[in-house]
Design a binder for this molecule. Structure first.
Ligand SMILES: O=C(O)CCC(=O)C(=O)O
Ligand SMILES: [Fe+2]
Length: 200
């Protein structure tokens, strides 16, 4: 008799990438509690960024938490971390135990509906070092996570990130691939995503 655990990992077979996906990493009850806690208690901000010299609001809310003195800069903004809270430590503990990696910081994104999104990018900021490990946890509405190779333009992939899921990106993934969460016209509820990172 085989016994399937709730979080059998799926290895995504993409060249020059290392991606591992765990569906239902958190069960429905935990996910519901954590999503509620995050929406209600995280210090969400609607950040302005500068794109091609213009000030625009990001199409989502964000927050940055982590060890003190580990600031993070991207798209002309520098984020100073809020201290870890209980829910974030609970999530961090679980992903550290399973992945065997440790994280100093977490960037949170709150997609209020299908019109909220994140454009093509890779998480390759200098302070993450080479081959950074990024641990991505999602709660709420399922959204499509798209990947495209930076050099070989025909190489594309996508994966649906479900409620309670955990996606681990490591090895040369950030070096060779961009990712995005596209907008969608389908009616969509809220989604919260957390990307745990190690700032050196
Ligand atoms: O919302 C997601 O799943 C992606 C978030 C992301 O790529 C990031 O925070 O760098
Ligand atoms: Fe990212």
């Amino acid at each position: 008799m085989s016994f399937k655990t709730k979080s059998d990992p799926q290895y995504l077979e993409l060249p020059e990438a290392e991606l591992v996906y765990y569906d239902r990493f958190f069960d429905d009850k935990e996910s519901k509690r954590l999503m509620r806690g995050l929406i209600d208690h995280i210090h969400w901000k609607h950040e302005e960024i500068i794109i091609f010299g213009r000030r625009v609001l990001q199409p989502r809310l964000t927050a940055f938490y982590g060890d003190a003195h580990k600031s993070y800069s991207y798209s002309n903004i520098t984020l100073k971390p809020h201290p870890w809270n209980e829910d974030l430590n609970f999530i961090r503990q679980r992903i550290e135990n399973v992945s065997g990696y440790q994280f100093t910081s977490v960037l949170l994104n709150y997609y209020r509906d299908g019109q909220d999104s994140m454009g093509w990018h890779s998480d390759n900021e200098k302070e993450l070092g080479t081959n950074p490990v990024i641990a991505s946890v999602s709660f709420g509405e399922s959204r499509k996570f798209m990947l495209k190779h930076k050099r070989e333009k025909h190489l594309k992939s996508s994966i649906i990130l479900n409620n309670g899921s955990f996606l681990l990106m490591k090895g040369p993934t950030q070096h060779h691939w961009n990712h995005q969460i596209p907008k969608t016209k389908n009616p969509m509820g809220a989604r919260v995503n957390l990307t745990f990172r190690k700032i050196l």
